[in-house]
Write a protein that binds this ligand. Structure first.
Ligand SMILES: Cc1cc2nc3c(=O)[nH]c(=O)nc-3n(C[C@H](O)[C@H](O)[C@H](O)COP(=O)(O)OP(=O)(O)OC[C@H]3O[C@@H](n4cnc5c(N)ncnc54)[C@H](O)[C@@H]3O)c2cc1C
Length: 331
């Protein structure tokens, strides 16, 4: 049976990203209506060992493209491999994470396949005949739009990280692997990432982080960001910043969350000394749980916070960090 849904599973340094497993989870749920199988496409170098995890995570079949030239991203190389597989098996849907790579690859793949494109989805349904309807935030997150595609095949959608649940892993499932050879000459790729340079000191990529601790002007001085960083370290979180903190030169722009920064959707967002201006909210209001620490009880951030702490960050952050460290040590 041909796959009904194809998932591009992104890897970095040979390890599959969680967002790929989330896309597989979404595919498993949708396949009941779309019909057929879930196929996963894995592209990189020496990554075959990851195929088992994809089977456990919901893939019926893994299409594996391995070559040293594919270790790092090339939009031409990756899009042509995906397009070759998709043209052959004609899936209803092609899913991938709305990561930096997915945001580049998704539209290029849709253009190659002449299929509809739905970007940054936070909801996805398949209707009669396989036509997909996506829910997407628009106007800087102020509105949710519903977009229904016009054709039931080769629909390409990118899924916002941390929104779709992963499929409960089934380690007993064995992967069915088909090796695919790129039809393009890998020695002559038109574009290729040469090196991935970490610009943000945090160990976790901001846009995909499940927990983010962000600091704002309330921190008063750049050296006080260490209070935010210590809590982030204890929680295994990424560090973010408001524009006021970035404009003050306390953190580089890569840390900025908001309208003119990054859009994030973690499970937990901790806002420390951030007022919650509408432009900041535009980048983080879709977080599942928001904890705000602010000494002003009327700060707008409390209107969207799940839990609010009215108090001084200089007192509360060290206490929180200690409490988290203690809980972690106690298991
Ligand atoms: C076109 C445009 C685009 C923008 N894009 C963005 C964007 O992408 N991201 C963004 O963040 N902003 C953006 N802004 C700016 C935005 O409007 C706000 O100015 C900014 O978010 C404020 O940052 P802040 O909350 O850190 O600072 P402030 O608004 O100054 O808030 C600081 C907060 O810290 C609290 N505080 C102070 N001391 C303490 C303490 N000891 N303990 C606890 N709390 C304390 C205060 O009560 C206050 O609420 C944009 C603005 C415009 C016009």
């Amino acid at each position: 049976m041909m796959p009904g849904i194809l998932v591009f599973v992104e890897q970095r340094d040979g390890k599959v990203k969680r967002v790929g497993l989330e896309a597989l989870g979404a595919a498993r749920r949708l396949i009941q209506k779309a019909g057929g199988e879930v196929g996963a496409v894995l592209i990189g170098d020496r990554i075959a060992s990851e195929a088992k995890g994809l089977a456990a995570g919901g893939a019926d079949k893994v299409y594996l493209a391995e070559a040293p030239e594919l270790r790092l991203y090339s939009s031409e190389g990756y899009a042509s491999i995906l397009a070759d597989v998709a043209k052959r098996i004609q899936p209803s849907l092609i899913l991938m994470g709305a990561t930096a790579m997915g945001k580049d690859l998704g539209p290029k793949l849709a253009a190659k396949l002449k299929g509809p494109f739905m970007g940054d989805c936070i909801g996805l349904e398949v209707g009669e005949g396989g036509v997909a309807t996506a829910t997407r935030p628009i106007y800087a997150g102020k509105l949710l739009s519903k977009l229904t595609s016009r054709q039931p095949t080769l629909q390409v959608a990118t899924l916002r990280p941390n929104v779709f649940p992963v499929h409960p892993p089934d380690p007993a499932r064995e992967p069915v692997i088909e090796r695919v050879a790129p039809s393009v000459d890998l020695a002559k790729l038109g574009d290729k990432v040469k090196e991935v340079v970490a610009t943000v000191g945090s160990k976790v990529e901001l846009t995909e982080a499940r927990i983010i601790v962000s600091g704002g002007r309330g921190l008063k001085a750049p050296e006080n960001f260490k209070l935010v960083e210590e809590l982030a370290e204890a929680l295994g979180a990424a560090v973010g910043a408001s524009r006021a903190a970035v404009d003050a030169g306390w953190k580089p722009h890569a840390y900025q969350v908001g309208l003119t920064g990054k859009t994030v959707s973690p499970v937990l967002y901790v806002a420390c000394g951030i007022s919650g201006a509408i432009q900041h909210q535009a980048g983080m209001s879709s977080s599942k749980y928001i904890v705000a620490i602010n000494k002003d009880p009327n700060a707008p951030i409390f209107k969207i916070a799940t839990y609010g702490i009215v108090g001084d960050i200089f007192e509360i952050l060290p206490l929180l960090t200690e409490a988290v460290k203690k809980m972690t040590a106690e298991g």
